[in-house]
Design a protein around this ligand. Structure first.
Ligand code: H79
Length: 453
């Protein structure tokens, strides 16, 4: 599977074993945990009576550098337990963790020899990323880093924020900032074992160029040839949809943010990142939590379109996850325990639109296993799959594989007889084995877009 934006800068120059192999674990994984944690977790979204801030607080509340630096003295997350975090991710069914090694505020969660603005300058003085790397290694979870290109702290980063009238740009040299960032990345790619993904962000300011993106992509791959790098390393991102413009852009996957593209893109790797409430960093006043049902159905929706789901946690300043996040992770884990096979290693649905839910699929024993995710249980007890020519072999509930469901053909449709009541109202999964690969009857008007849904 070649992506139109992926790899052109990197892969041609680097002697790389095999593109398929490098992306394989990520494509199979389907589900990861995003973690936004840093000094901004201390104010927890609140500043001088305003409450709508989070990881952007230094800019959205216009906090001076001197004032922001004072959070260093307060960062002491004594409850932090790397193994407990990793266990919560793993129990939820997540296969990788992407944590902010550095967000836009410039603060490093690790022991950086190139910076004084890191966890070693706080009372905590523990290398959080090292502890997480060890816990991930033990648990078989891939550790990934979010590293912001934009940096509101380093003196050589340009531009300054519009409101920062007192921070001089005299003597600032952007290329020196790029060297600094590369040195940081070298630390991150040398001292923490094999890293799954480097997830860049904050690439949109004018100081960052396509040439620098290509150069950085190649540099990262020279340090860890098998690493995966998101499209925000370069300048091709199309808004919050996160997909990449056509052209010579580097990056291995697109990054829709807070949205699920209506149609997946065949041939393009992509990952939707989303919050559980309305903020990435911890905001103590934000109680607009998505339900577990919505989060599970988002995961299924994304998998049915061929994408990955990166679901965010904003830990508190004491090092614990918000209780609401813990509860949602547990609910997702309960569902994944039964239904994980319908998510991992699956591919996008061959069906264009279905009233009752979503479909994922997997090649099995020379045939195809279709996973039918029923969000809305049909009242007449019959699940209808229209527009498919294949011969059916068998159908069962994934939650009770011994139950054989009756299948009949009705013209262009396969119809499965269901129990009267859904065993799981969020998403009961039925697997249907068919002979061969899906042989779809395309509606003439939509023949071009069939594989997009
Ligand atoms: O880390 C979280 C947020 O702090 C960060 N990305 C997630 C993962 C984020 N940074 N900025 N934003 C979210 C919103 C920024 C949007 C814009 Fe733009 C930047 C609008 C204009 C410049 C996106 C990029 C749309 C055009 C370019």
């Amino acid at each position: 599977m070649a992506s139109f934006f992926g790899c052109q800068g990197g892969d041609q120059k680097i002697d790389e074993p095999n593109e398929e192999t490098r992306m394989d674990w990520w494509r199979d994984a389907r589900f990861g945990m995003f973690i936004h944690w840093g000094l901004y977790s201390i104010p927890a979204g609140e500043w001088k009576g305003t409450t709508n801030h989070a990881e952007w607080i230094r800019t959205t509340a216009e906090i001076s550098l001197e004032e922001y630096d004072q959070f260093l003295d307060d960062f002491n997350p004594v409850e932090f337990d790397a193994e407990a975090w990793v266990k919560m991710a793993k129990d939820a069914g997540m296969k990788y963790i992407t944590i902010t090694s550095k967000h836009h505020d410039g603060f490093g969660l690790y022991d950086s020899k190139t910076s004084d603005f890191d966890v070693m300058a706080t009372p905590f003085k523990r290398d959080i990323l090292k502890e997480l790397a060890d816990a991930c290694e033990k648990a078989g979870i891939k550790l990934c880093f979010y590293h912001s290109i934009m940096d509101w702290h380093h003196p050589d980063y340009l531009p300054r924020r519009g409101w920062e009238k007192n921070r001089s740009t005299e003597g600032a040299e952007f290329p020196r900032y790029v060297d600094y960032m590369k040195n940081q990345l070298k630390e991150l790619l040398t001292n923490y074992g094999e890293i799954g993904v480097l997830w860049f962000d904050g690439e949109w300011e004018d100081t960052w160029t396509h040439e620098e993106g290509v150069e950085l992509y190649d540099y990262i791959r020279s340090l860890q040839p098998n690493i995966i790098i998101n499209n925000r390393v370069d300048k091709g991102r199309q808004g919050m949809q996160g997909l990449t413009a056509e052209g010579n852009f580097v990056g291995d996957f697109g990054t829709p943010e807070q949205e699920i593209p209506d149609t997946g893109l065949p041939g393009i790797d992509w990952e939707s990142c989303m919050t559980m409430n309305d903020h990435w960093g911890y905001n103590k006043n934000d109680d607009n939590w998505k339900s577990s049902e919505e989060l599970i159905q988002n995961l299924v929706d994304i998998a049915s379109k061929g994408g990955n789901f990166l679901l965010n946690i904003g830990p508190k300043a004491d090092g614990t996850f918000p209780q609401e996040s813990i509860e949602r992770l547990a609910a997702i884990g309960n569902w994944m325990n039964v239904n994980g096979a319908s998510i991992y290693e699956t591919q996008a649905s061959p069906f264009e639109h279905l009233d009752w839910g979503r479909v994922t699929q997997k090649q099995i024993n020379g045939g195809t296993r279709l996973y039918l995710h029923v969000f809305d249980w049909p009242e007449n007890g019959e699940l209808r799959l229209g527009g498919i020519r294949n011969e059916a072999i068998q159908a069962s509930l994934l939650s009770a594989a011994s139950t054989q469901l009756t299948i009949r053909r009705d013209e262009d449709a396969l119809v499965i007889e269901l129990p009267k009541i859904s065993p799981n109202e969020i998403d009961e999964v039925i697997y249907l084995d068919i002979k061969g690969e899906p042989d779809m009857i395309l509606a003439p008007m939509n023949a071009d877009s069939i594989s997009n849904h």
